[in-house]
Design a protein around this ligand. Sequence first.
Ligand code: UDP
Length: 247
Amino acid sequence: MNHIQGSLIYEGKAKRVFACENPDRVLIEFKNDATAFNAKKRSLIEGKGRLNCKISAALFQLLELNGIPTHFLELHSETLMVADKISVIPLEVVIRNIATGSLCRETPINQGTILNPPLLDLYYKDDELGDPILTEGRLQLLDIISDIQREEIEQITRSVNKILKEYFDSLDLLLVDFKLEFGTNSSGKLVVADEISPDNCRFWDKKISDSKDRILDKDRFRQDLGGVIDAYQEILKRIENDSFHPG
Ligand code: UDP
């Protein structure tokens, strides 16, 4: 298949989206730019784009194998993936298995509390507003999605969590929490979009008890712990050493 890179459609903090010959598809380029705290902290991390692209491609394929619809079609190169062109739903869907991050900053819930059932929250995707958490009432007022779409988004997110949690458990990693984004493709079908990588998931090494040493995700960048690229590389290595790995 030929996917000649066309014009730049959109540039975000960590990705660029290009048009393809086929109008129903796009090419997504994963950049080395790292941002945190609503882009107040910025850096370039050599190799991050390649790692996130490969990790996301593998995880989207794992989800597809488990019947979850995603925008992923194929890898084009080490930093480019071909995906369905979608209409992005402006929601960030966060699901948590273990309490940390904003949940512990904003509530008295202790770090490390096991959340069973996992906690699912919807945030409004808008950098200028700082991606605010949505209440039931605010979600209704904004009228972004229908009740049926909301049910489908929550059900898919819980299924994705179950699949990924079990998968990472088998790689000796705890899936602490993650954020999903959704969109609708040209047939109007709801699909998981964006990326699934250490930029939007938290992973803790099951075999390490030190609360900082065990971190294998973007928290290493957020908290200036160093070893960001080594952590991302470790996630890819465990995926590639696993028998599921498609490549
Ligand atoms: N997350 C994300 N993008 C955001 C906010 C959060 O990908 O804009 C991810 C984050 O990497 C973590 C989960 O969502 O895996 C929960 O993040 P949290 O709300 O704890 O925010 P943080 O502590 O990063 O401010």
